[in-house]
Design a protein around this ligand. Structure first.
Ligand code: KG4
Ligand code: ZN
Length: 344
């Protein structure tokens, strides 16, 4: 009988505590996500200290729930994996230490996983043979990162470009805050932009030079701020805007960010002659981005593989899924491995 490899994944790099059991890198037996959104909403962003304490409060029960939902006994697991980079150091430490502690206590193999690489895997883990997708270009867009990779396999990823300042999701969150929308801002902008005109305001696109695969999203955030408040920043908030004006600003901002993301991903596909594009990360849930990606990849003859909505934002299924491929390659980690805030 074929061997079934069951791996427990743990994700705690930002403000979601998640645990998941995945078999053979693609069969998701459970995926439990405890979100901390309520705790951070009033600060309009993630407060690192609050995040790590919140992870600590729930991590053991999240892991237990993932095992119960998967109907898997701890002893039946083949390995334990957890994200160790990049992310908030305090938050990462909770998930990594928990994973290592379970591995130490049980004598099971431990696998550390890169969060950004896991986002790419999240986009393909639903396919019947994830290995068949390669080589591919990956566009990964989240609250903490925006990057383009050349992927030879689920675990061989070469960085081609990344944001030099804010991540795209961070820009969505900040612009939402300027417009007086809730946190997280991405889904709120996505919603109100549907009623706005994407061509109402021509926000400058930041290309960073011809052919560059790097990104910059800090300028557009300031452009939106000036648009909302004029040059009188003491004006305070956006309450003077009508619903239509707010929707137009949201739609125009979104159109500018999406154009840069999509066109740079297409440049990468053409430059490396790899006509297959993987898209993942929280911002990949954006309906306008998904629409434009479908339209442009279709025009360019590029195959598009985009993460299902439920696997776009942070989750441990993508972690356990990617860990399976490291398991098969014998890429295990020692229990003295540590966390890193950066690293793509
Ligand atoms: O991948 P993720 O859950 O966490 C990080 O690794 O950062 O991504 C969270 C980001 C947030 O910035 C959130 O506003 C954004 O993804 N996001 C969206 C949408 N849904 C989530 N951005 C635009 N449109 C959406 N529908
Ligand atoms: Zn993420």
């Amino acid at each position: 009988m074929e061997e079934r490899i069951a791996i427990l994944g743990i994700e705690s790099s930002c403000d979601e505590t998640s645990a998941s059991v995945v078999v053979d890198g693609r069969e998701i037996l459970s995926c439990v996500v405890a979100s901390q959104i309520d705790r951070h909403a009033k600060f309009k962003g993630v407060v690192p200290e609050i995040a790590s304490r919140a992870h600590l409060e729930v991590i053991n029960s999240v892991v237990e729930e993932a095992l119960i939902k998967a109907d898997v006994e701890f002893g039946e697991l083949d390995a334990i994996s957890a994200v160790n980079m990049p992310g908030l150091v305090g938050s990462l430490l909770i998930g990594l230490t928990t994973g290592k502690a379970y591995a130490w206590a049980s004598g099971k193999k431990f696998i550390a996983v890169n969060h950004v690489h896991a986002h790419a895997y999240g986009a393909i883990m639903g396919s019947s043979e994830p290995e068949r997708v390669f080589p591919a270009i990956a566009l990964l867009v989240s609250g903490g990162h925006t990057s383009i990779f050349l992927c030879e396999s689920p675990i061989e990823m070469r960085l081609l470009g990344a944001s030099q300042d804010d991540a795209a999701g961070e820009a969505f969150d900040k612009v939402a805050s300027i417009l007086g929308l809730g946190y997280p801002g991405g889904p709120a902008i996505d919603r109100i932009a549907r009623g706005g005109n994407p061509a109402a305001i021509r926000f400058k696109r930041t290309w960073l030079g011809k052919g560059s695969l790097d990104f910059s999203f800090s300028g557009i955030k300031t452009a939106v701020l000036y648009r909302v408040r004029g040059t009188d920043l003491s004006r305070g908030d956006s309450s003077h805007l009508s619903e239509n004006e707010r929707a137009d600003i949201a739609a125009s901002f979104q159109a500018a960010v999406v154009e840069v993301l999509v066109e740079k991903a297409i440049i990468a596909c053409k430059r490396y002659e790899i006509l297959r594009l993987i898209v993942g990360g929280g911002v990949a849930a954006n309906s306008y981005l998904r629409e434009k990606l479908i339209e442009r990849t279709d025009e360019e003859g590029i195959e598009l593989i985009i993460a299902p909505i439920e696997l776009c934002t942070d989750n441990a299924a993508m972690v356990a899924g990617l860990a399976y491929h490291k398991y098969r390659e014998g890429l295990f980690d020692d229990l003295d491995c540590s966390v890193k805030s950066t690293g793509l």
